[in-house]
Design a protein around this ligand. Structure first.
Ligand code: HEM
Length: 437
């Protein structure tokens, strides 16, 4: 699978095929609150019938509407695009469909929306802070955090009628506390961090962004609050170094280069949003899929040796990050499809993760699936998830401890889904501890 670059101007403009005739519009926000099975049926059709389907961009107040995007749903196409960053770049914006102003793009995207050589430079520095020693220390704290959160959920159920919310009481606090511990965020700032990261990743969901006429301002305010917190923390660690990631970020040098405070602020925002919402949704939707597949749950509960493959299957199945964007830097052809410089491509990881060319019985949830070359953490290329190792350990500890400490956890109602195409998220998931009331 390869990309052939065409000399500029020699190829007639590509024909863009929409999907109106299939009754499909991925830019319709309501599509993203449909049950997953319905969404996957749509991805299946696109993969089979219109693998480069072209959609108009959803409108966002105060942003110009761009030219539209191609929805990539086949695993092979997604891998080809992801592995050729010089042809399909991230620097025009990887996390929004619309082009957003360059300074905002950098502030909110950090290295995820950057290309080489800047991406390589920053990734080298931050990779040096994600050392095995740092991760071991964080992983030690994961065990304590999970014990604490599960005990609090148990107390809440016991003090009331047994009802808890999986999202608010289990899935949200675990990754938030792990990242805040890792960065050394003070206790009193943590509620603000959760609220601000919710806004940034809300996809404009009305419940999280009150002013629907001006979602950009809400985004901006959330970023300013997080940036301000980071500035305080960075200054504090320069004066008084500690054993945390913030200290490592302000002190680490590669080839005599350090991160600027602005780069640290942006990276902090990226870590918060990339590390929180993703892991949170893998936990909540993982619990949901286990309840829907009781025999798979029973197999895993009985055999802790299945933890490695079960975690990978949960990430494949839930695909917490639905897509990332790439933008063509030149005209060319990809697996028989012609494109032009400036074309936008959304890499639908959620769709590639159910591609029958790669996964046997892709619509079956199988805790022992092996091999499982899913792209939930990204595909080949320089942007592969920096936190994959940490996320895997967090998920492994969380699920095993839930089996041991909350074996009576039972989901009692349908989830409330986030109205976002970007994050496959749950806002609420009602559950009960201690059997029927
Ligand atoms: C289940 C949990 C997670 C999922 C599904 C996930 C998924 C992803 C995906 C799809 C990408 C983009 C890959 C690409 O563009 O090629 C990514 C990038 C990234 N992730 Fe994660 N992630 C998770 C957890 C975490 C955690 C816990 C952290 C850190 C604490 C983290 C930090 C990052 C960073 C910094 C990047 C940007 C890397 C770059 O651009 O060089 N992620 N992640």
């Amino acid at each position: 699978m390869s990309v052939d670059a065409a000399p500029q101007g020699t190829v007639p403009p590509p024909r863009r095929a929409g999907a109106e005739d299939l009754g499909i519009d991925l830019s319709d926000r309501d599509f993203w609150v449909c049950p997953p099975a319905e969404r996957h049926a749509v991805f299946d059709r696109l993969r089979q019938e219109r693998p480069f389907a072209f959609f108009a961009e959803p409108e966002i107040p105060n942003l110009p509407v761009g030219p539209g995007y191609h929805a990539i749903t086949r695993y092979a196409d997604l891998e080809a695009i992801s592995s050729q960053p010089a042809v399909f770049c991230s620097g025009s914006g990887a996390v929004s469909i619309q082009d957003i102003p360059a300074d905002l793009n950098e502030f909110y995207g950090s290295l995820i929306s950057m290309d080489d050589p800047r991406h390589a430079r920053i990734r080298r520095i931050v990779s040096k802070t994600f050392t095995p020693r740092m991760l071991e220390r964080v992983i030690g704290s994961v065990e304590l955090v999970v014990d604490d959160v599960l005990a609090a959920a148990r107390r809440k159920a016991a003090d009331g009628d047994g009802a808890i919310d999986v999202v608010a009481d289990i899935a949200a606090p675990i990754p938030l506390r792990v990242i805040c511990d890792m960065m050394g965020v003070p206790e009193e700032d943590r509620a603000m961090v959760l609220a601000a990261s919710n806004v940034i990743l809300s996809g404009g969901d009305p419940e999280l962004v009150e002013d629907q006429d001006d979602p950009l301002t809400a985004l901006l305010m959330a970023g300013i609050e997080l940036g301000g917190l980071m500035e305080r923390l960075a200054a504090d660690r320069v004066a008084e170094p500690r054993d945390d990631l913030t200290t490592a970020l302000v002190t680490t040098e590669v080839d005599g280069e350090k991160l600027t405070h602005q780069e640290i602020g942006s990276f902090f925002i990226l870590l918060l949003v990339a590390g929180n919402e993703t892991t949170r949704n893998a936990i909540s939707q993982g619990l949901l899929v286990l309840q829907e597949n009781p025999e798979e749950r029973a197999r895993w509960v009985a055999d802790p040796g299945l933890t490695r493959t079960a975690i990978e299957e949960i990430v494949r199945w839930t695909s917490p990050v639905t897509w990332m964007r790439r933008t063509a830097t030149q005209d060319g052809e990809l697996n028989g499809y012609r494109f032009s410089a400036g074309d936008k491509f959304l890499l639908f990881y959620a769709a590639a993760n159910r591609d029958p060319e790669v996964f046997a019985e892709p619509q079956r949830f199988d805790v022992s699936r092996d091999p499982n070359p899913h792209v939930g953490f990204g595909s080949k290329g320089p942007h592969f998830c920096l936190g994959a190792h940490l996320a895997r350990r967090e998920l492994a500890v969380t699920f095993r401890k839930i089996f041991e400490q909350l074996p009576d956890l039972e989901i009692t109602g349908p989830p409330s889904r986030l109205r976002s195409s970007f994050v496959n998220g749950l806002k609420r998931l009602p559950a009960r501890l201690g059997g029927a009331a």
